[in-house]
Design a protein around this ligand. Structure first.
Ligand code: CU
Length: 178
């Protein structure tokens, strides 16, 4: 467990130092976020407690897809685009957020400037922000959107990486074909 924390921490510090030197945030080899107005297609995905209504989504490379995410469950859920390895890494990050008390069953704990400052100065605080462009959190009863341009043929997954949810079935195949 200590080793795991150290690995997560060094990954965060690495991201932080790279972020200061180069462009903001990270890039993705399968595409990038886009404005909803650029979408060529809309796909609705309904989330329940531990399921997505869609088991598989097929996309053509070059398409810009606006995902409309409807959470009909009682719990907070995530819609995240990535491959299995990316989801596994993100599940570790979300576990840290859950252990720190930031990730609650029905939402993210709102943090005022005071608690933000405390977190920034503690060694565990680095990277504790849920702001990945390939992911959106949807509170129970709410609808959220994510628009993404898929640039190449690849096999991805859409998943909820809140601890335990992926394993309980919140994952589907997202196939981008040429
Ligand atoms: Cu979930």
């Amino acid at each position: 467990m200590f080793l795991q924390n150290r690995l997560v921490l060094s990954a965060c510090l690495l991201t932080l130092s790279l972020g200061l030197e180069a462009s903001p945030a990270h890039s993705y080899d399968f595409g990038q976020p886009a404005a909803a107005t650029k979408a060529t297609r809309s796909v609705e995905v309904v989330m329940g407690d531990m399921s997505f209504t869609s088991r598989a989504i097929d996309i053509k490379a070059g398409e810009t897809v606006r995902f409309v995410l409807v959470n009909k469950g009682q719990l907070l859920h995530e819609f995240n685009l990535g491959d299995a390895a990316m989801h596994a890494r993100h599940q570790q990050e979300m576990l840290q957020m859950q252990q720190s008390g930031m990730l609650m069953p029905t939402g993210m704990k709102a943090m005022d400037h005071g608690s933000m400052a405390t977190m920034d100065h503690s060694s565990k605080g680095h990277g504790m922000k849920h702001d990945d462009p390939n992911s959106v959190l949807v509170e129970p009863g709410k609808t959220a959107e994510l628009t993404w341009t898929f640039t190449k043929a690849t096999n991805l997954e859409f998943a909820c990486n809140i601890p335990g949810h992926y394993q309980a079935g919140m994952v589907g195949k997202l196939t981008v074909s040429q």
